[in-house]
Design a binder for this molecule. Sequence first.
Ligand SMILES: CC(C)(COP(=O)(O)OP(=O)(O)OC[C@H]1O[C@@H](n2cnc3c(N)ncnc32)[C@H](O)[C@@H]1OP(=O)(O)O)[C@@H](O)C(=O)NCCC(=O)NCCS
Length: 196
Amino acid sequence: MIVKKIESKHINQISKIWENNLKENLYSILGTKLIKVYLQICLKENNFGFVLENKKDVCGFVIYGKDNNINKVIIKKYFINIFYKFFLNLICFNFKNFYHFIDVFLYLIASNNKDEKLKNTCELLIISIEKKYQRKGWGKKLVYKAEKNIYKLKKINKTFVKTTQKENILFYKNLNFKILKKIFNRTYLLKKINYE
Ligand SMILES: CC(C)(COP(=O)(O)OP(=O)(O)OC[C@H]1O[C@@H](n2cnc3c(N)ncnc32)[C@H](O)[C@@H]1OP(=O)(O)O)[C@@H](O)C(=O)NCCC(=O)NCCS
């Protein structure tokens, strides 16, 4: 198993892992097309990430950066598709997904990215490891590899992550993230990094 920088050739495999492992994520509800759009924009902008590869098969990935702009671009360009999915979930009485749309929408309005403690940080946007490789240390390895890059090349010494899942909080705490705050059911965790 090797850790490599994400390239556009990995997008198909990453989007499959994303959809299979992150069922609660709004992009998984919106579907493969928008996940791929997200990843394409991500790779073009100043974001970066790593994949875990086993004989050319991607088994996991992590992406860092800023996704406010990506979300804005996607909402603007694909508003009709998003509204269609929203409406479809409503008329099919799929209240779980419908709730997700409302939750993300309200969060986007309520969240304020001007928190001083989050200045000069880099956000861990998304991480996912294929089920059969989970709990074997690969998630930790990916995060450490990315942090080393952030520290050495981008000269940033703090990263943060936000999550709605309790079990993920345990994973991040294990990697020395500390709880910073809670907004709209999302726990923000912050980590100081030093790779001297
Ligand atoms: C969360 C996730 C990335 C963790 O990756 P992983 O490879 O399974 O985690 P690791 O094996 O590297 O675990 C590192 C440490 O965290 C601990 N840990 C991992 N998941 C944990 C959990 N759910 N509860 C408690 N501890 C956990 C491990 O025990 C390990 O501790 P150790 O170093 O003392 O042995 C992976 O489980 C996953 O892809 N989950 C589904 C997608 C997801 O929810 N992603 C996060 C939201 S973006």
